[in-house]
Design a protein around this ligand. Structure first.
Ligand SMILES: Nc1ncnc2c1ncn2[C@@H]1O[C@H](COP(=O)(O)OP(=O)(O)OP(=O)(O)O)[C@@H](O)[C@H]1O
Length: 120
């Protein structure tokens, strides 16, 4: 168990040092946390924000691992490799789009409320 944690954290560090998109997503996640704290979102909304973020991060890590396997087994252009990489990238995109919609559903009402508060 302890060893599993060690390798898992090593995997996260590797993603941070090699994958630019992962760093961007981490930055966006930190912004999301700041916004969530600022708007004082509910416990259920926190659960949704954290669940969506975990899903996007995890899928992105699996996508990178799959890309590495593909590059290892087939360094040349190959239609099946293209299919695997496209579908894996699509999985990340699906999670990201739904997460964006959920973020909009959570934050737009708070933003509108803020706007009405500052209306003259
Ligand atoms: N060996 C290959 N054969 C055929 N098509 C490939 C191959 N490698 C990549 N592709 C095509 O290029 C796309 C991008 O692949 P790539 O491995 O460069 O991923 P990426 O999204 O650019 O990854 P990263 O963001 O880590 O650079 C794939 O989705 C696929 O359509």
């Amino acid at each position: 168990m302890n060893i599993g944690f060690k390798y898992g954290f090593r995997g996260i560090r590797k993603m941070l040092s090699t994958e630019k998109n992962f760093k961007i997503h981490l930055f966006l996640f930190l912004l999301l946390v700041v916004a969530s704290l600022a708007f004082n979102i509910t416990r259920l909304e926190w659960c949704m924000v954290l669940l969506c973020s975990a899903l996007v991060f995890s899928l992105e890590m699996l996508n990178s691992a799959l890309e590495k396997i593909c590059d290892k087994i087939e360094p040349n252009q190959n239609a099946e490799i293209a299919w695997i990489k496209d579908v894996a990238a699509g999985a990340v995109l699906v999670a990201a789009i739904f997460s964006l919609v959920i973020a909009a559903l959570i934050f737009i009402p708070y933003i509108l409320e803020l706007c009405t508060t500052f209306e003259p």
